[in-house]
Design a protein around this ligand. Structure first.
Ligand code: HEM
Length: 123
């Protein structure tokens, strides 16, 4: 049997209470149904659904028992070439589109204005 391979795009689709996946250390887990059983609270684990929970999971220092539960939810591995999604993918792009000006050109213009202004004032 071959291991299922997932990308961050695929995992991101499973961010619902009734359909929740997380990535921990490049492995994918289907934690649907475990959210309301989580001893650390439903909310905190749900916030990680559809994304990479490695840091949060390790930061808490989960027990061996927690690791056992986690192992029972394993569904596949991450595609090593898949990169974690930026949280707000659209925002930086919007910014780039809006600021169509060239900062170097703007700086040059400002310097020219200063020089011209200097000579005009000193005439
Ligand atoms: C995804 C799989 C996860 C599993 C299977 C899991 C399992 C568990 C278990 C069994 C406990 C009880 C204490 C222990 O045995 O360590 C626990 C506690 C806790 N978990 Fe998780 N957890 C998961 C994810 C997360 C994530 C992503 C976070 C943080 C964002 C988190 C935060 C906590 C917190 C804060 C506690 C309470 C610790 C305490 O007060 O002792 N857990 N978890």
């Amino acid at each position: 049997m071959s291991t299922a391979i997932y990308t961050y795009e695929e995992v991101a689709k499973h961010n619902q209470v009734k359909d929740a996946w997380v990535v921990i250390a490049s492995k994918v887990y289907n934690i649907t149904g475990f959210l309301d059983e989580h001893p650390g609270g439903e909310e905190i684990i749900f916030e990680n659904a559809g994304g990479d929970a490695t840091e949060n999971f390790l930061d808490i220092g989960h027990s061996e028992d927690a690791l056992k539960i986690l192992k029972s939810k394993y569904i596949g591995d991450m595609d090593p070439s898949s990169k974690p999604l930026l949280q707000k993918v659209t925002k930086p792009t919007e910014k780039v589109k809006k600021s169509q000006g060239n900062p170097t050109l703007a700086l040059l213009l400002a310097i020219v204005c200063l020089i011209v202004g200097y000579y005009v004032l000193n005439d």
